[in-house]
Design a protein around this ligand. Structure first.
Ligand SMILES: [Mg+2]
Length: 348
């Protein structure tokens, strides 16, 4: 157990150490009603019924996750719930009940709340989620939004981060780097906002997690480990690897990137692979499954989504995340977004 000196600041530690510090203050053994506590996309609580409860919570902070330049009030309402839907999806579950807490500046116009709730309601309607409570408080300077989302799943269909095995295929749903490309456009207003890239802007502002795919994968029993891509695939894959006791090698040429993202990156002198591996906020799914089930995974994901899942690498015995390119195999640093780091790459 690592001891943390009290005289350090949070930005000396970083998010992972802060979580560990908090975790160490919690119970040393999980109580019997808690099947999974801290450390996965959702906590899993046993119930008297046949379906355990999945619980997740996420906070969006003005200036860190969004600005009024990057998200309209309506998009913010959508996204605040979408990021939580993504966590339920990553466990193979179905979301049903939300709690919304707002820390809001007193001078905020009522029309802001109206637009925010229109966005929140739009994704609630689409996913069958009911808002059941929350809190509203005055915030002196920044807008802070916390959503807690409950969902459920049959116990045998819940997928955790910890089950990947050496030799497993690693897969992702959809294409990656869209949200980072959209954020780039929103933060660089001097770049012409061509309608050609509206799906990238939408990926950043109004992500729609692949709920049906997550559910189908959970029900299939084919998936050994799963996580949603919120912080960048390199960082999110590290969670699967750490908790499963494996390493991973990714094939750079297999990372699915849309032709539009490739085009925008080329025009802007950016590396599309950086957006795909480190950009984050794609809210797609990353999962591990046996090579024996390749065909079943392709058929299953193609049945419930327009874009079938893509095999991007393998779980290996050697620790660490590796990226294989034509030039060879290199260690892939996490590179995703780091809360509490001294110099975050950019606001998001
Ligand atoms: Mg997650």
């Amino acid at each position: 157990m690592k001891t943390i000196a009290n005289n350090k600041n949070l930005n000396d530690l970083g998010e992972a150490d802060i979580i560990q510090f908090i975790q160490e203050k919690g119970p040393s053994r999980l109580p019997s009603h808690l099947k999974k506590g801290i450390g996965d996309d959702c906590a899993v609580l046993k119930t008297d019924g046949d379906r355990p409860l999945l619980v997740t919570t996420d906070t969006l902070v003005e200036g860190i996750h969004f600005t009024n330049q990057t998200l309209s009030p309506k998009a913010l309402g959508w996204k605040a719930l979408a990021v939580n839907v993504s966590d339920i999806s990553a466990m193979g579950g179905t979301p049903h009940t939300a709690f919304l807490s707002l820390g809001i500046k007193p001078e905020t116009n009522v029309s802001f709340i109206e637009s925010f709730m229109a966005g929140f309601q739009a994704i609630s309607d689409k996913t069958g989620i009911v808002l059941a409570g929350g809190d509203t408080v005055e915030s002196p300077s920044f807008l802070v939004i916390t959503v807690t989302l409950l969902g459920d799943c049959l116990p045998e269909h819940v997928v955790y981060r910890c089950g990947a095995r050496e030799g497993d295929d690693l897969w992702v749903t959809g294409t990656l780097g869209n949200a980072a490309a959209g954020l780039f456009l929103l933060q660089n207003k001097q770049v012409a906002q061509s309608s050609e890239f509206k799906s990238q802007i939408r990926a950043h502002q109004k992500p729609m997690p692949p709920l049906e795919v997550g559910k189908a994968l959970g029900e299939s029993g084919l998936v050994h480990a799963m996580i949603d891509i919120s912080d960048g695939i390199a960082k999110d894959l590290a969670h699967i690897c750490e908790q499963s006791g494996v390493g991973a090698v990714l094939q750079a040429a297999e990372i699915p990137i849309s032709p539009r993202v490739m085009k925008l990156a080329a025009e802007m002198g950016k590396n599309p692979l950086d957006w795909a591996l480190h950009g984050g906020e794609d809210y797609e799914l990353l999962f591990a499954a046996s090579p024996a089930d390749r065909q079943k995974i392709i058929s299953l994901t193609a049945k419930v989504s327009n874009i079938p899942a893509t095999r991007i690498g393998k779980a290996i015995r050697q620790q660490g995340i590796w990226l294989e390119t034509a030039k060879g195999r290199d260690r892939l640093g996490p590179g995703g977004y780091f809360h509490f780091s001294r110099s975050p790459a950019e606001t998001r």
